[in-house]
Design a protein around this ligand. Structure first.
Ligand SMILES: Nc1ncnc2c1ncn2[C@@H]1O[C@H](COP(=O)(O)OP(=O)(O)OP(=O)(O)O)[C@@H](O)[C@H]1O
Ligand SMILES: [Mg+2]
Length: 288
C-alpha cells in the first residue's frame, strides 16, 4: 500500500544566501502508513519542528520531495492546498493562536474554510470538543477565560475538527503539569483508536512516547538517527545517551539488572513488561 506520507532526501536550509545559511534537516527519508502512531524525539535543535512543517507544506524543501498518498505535494497549487487540509498540525503552545470570541468559533474556524454545511461544522465542533475533553457548556465561553490546559485542548480540537487523515502534534504536553500532560496524551490515544488517522507526535518525554506509539523516529543533528519500535530504540540506550537523550526509567532499571547478572531483556519499557520478566525469573525459569 502507498504510504500516506513519504519524504525522500528531504533537506531544509534556513536563511539561504546569507551568512547564517545552515541545514536544519538533511537527507530525511521517512514513511508513515495509514493508522500508524509515530513518535518523534530528538535533542533541542535537532530538526523535529522543521521536519514536521514539511509534511503539510508549511515549509518548502530546499531539496528532496514530500508525497501525500503518492503525490508530490508541490506538484501543483491544488496538491499543496489539499495536503494542508489532510495533514493537520498542532504547533507547540498552540493556545497563543486562539483568537475568536467563543471556544465554539475557535474550534469551527478550520472547518469553516472547508466548504461544508453548517450542520456538518456543528457536528465536527461538538465531536472534536468531546475528543479533547471540553464540556459542551464551555463552548460559548471566551477561550481567554479557560485554564492553560483547557486552551491547549481547544487548540487541538480546532485541528481535529478539520478531520485530518494525518494529525501531527508538536510537543502537545509542553508546559503542562504531569496530570495535564497525561490526560492530553490519553485523549490523543483515544482519538487515534477511534479514527483511522495517522498520528505523529513530537515529544521530549520518553515515558510518554513509550506508552503510546508503534514506532519511534529519533532525530539527531538534522538527520534520522534511529527508526524502529520502542523496544528496538530503547535497547540502544548508550547511543541515545550520546545524543543527549535518556531512556525510560524502566529500561534503565532493566539494564542495571542485566549488569548485575540477571538475564533481563534490556528492550523493555513498561512496568508490566519488567514485572513479567522478574516474575518469570522468580519462578526459577532460566538461570543467569
Ligand atoms: N525560522 C528559523 N530560521 C533560522 N533557523 C531556524 C529557524 N527555525 C529553526 N532554525 C534552526 O534549525 C535547527 C532545527 O530547529 P528545529 O526548531 O527544527 O529543532 P527542534 O528539534 O524542533 O528543536 P526543539 O526541541 O527545541 O523544538 C536549529 O538549529 C534552529 O536554530
Ligand atoms: Mg521544535
Amino acid at each position: 500500500m502507498v504510504p500516506i506520507i513519504k519524504t525522500e532526501g528531504l533537506c531544509h536550509r534556513y536563511s539561504v544566501g546569507t551568512p547564517f545559511e545552515r541545514a536544519a534537516i538533511e537527507d530525511i527519508d521517512f514513511e508513515a502508513k495509514r493508522g500508524e502512531f509515530i513518535g518523534v524525539i530528538g535533542h533541542t535543535g535537532s530538526g523535529k519542528s522543521t521536519f514536521i512543517q514539511h509534511l503539510n507544506g508549511l515549509l518548502k524543501p530546499t531539496a528532496g520531495r514530500v508525497y501525500y498518498e503518492g503525490r508530490d505535494i508541490w506538484e501543483s497549487k491544488a496538491a499543496t492546498r489539499e495536503t494542508r487540509f489532510k495533514v493537520g498540525i498542532v504547533f507547540q503552545y498552540p493556545e497563543y493562536q486562539l483568537f475568536e470570541e467563543t471556544v465554539y468559533k475557535d474550534i469551527a474556524f478550520g472547518p469553516k474554510n472547508m466548504k461544508i454545511s453548517d450542520d456538518e461544522i456543528d457536528m465536527r465542533v461538538r465531536e472534536a470538543a468531546e475528543f479533547v475533553g471540553i464540556d459542551s457548556e464551555l463552548l460559548e465561553r471566551s477561550p481567554f477565560d479557560l485554564s492553560g490546559g483547557q486552551k491547549r485542548r481547544v487548540a487541538i480540537a480546532g485541528v481535529i475538527a478539520m478531520g485530518p487523515s494525518v494529525l501531527i502534534l508538536d510537543e502537545p504536553g509542553a508546559g503542562l503539569d504531569p496530570r495535564g500532560r497525561e490526560s492530553i496524551l490519553e485523549n490523543i490515544k483515544r482519538y487515534h483508536e477511534a479514527t483511522d488517522a495517522t498520528v505523529i507526535m513530537v515529544t521530549h518525554s520518553m515515558e510518554e512516547i513509550a506508552s503510546a506509539v508503534d514506532r519511534i523516529v529519533v532525530f539527531n543533528r538534522g538527520r534520522i538517527a534511529m527508526n524502529g519500535t520502542p523496544g528496538e530504540v530503547f535497547s540502544r540506550g548508550e547511543e541515545l545517551e550520546d545524543m543527549g537523550l535518556s531512556v525510560p526509567e524502566v529500561t534503565r532499571i532493566a539494564k542495571r539488572l542485566r549488569e548485575l547478572g540477571l538475564p533481563v531483556d534490556t528492550s523493555v519499557y513498561t512496568i508490566e513488561q519488567l514485572k513479567s520478566i522478574l516474575l518469570s525469573l522468580k519462578g526459577g525459569g532460566r538461570g543467569a
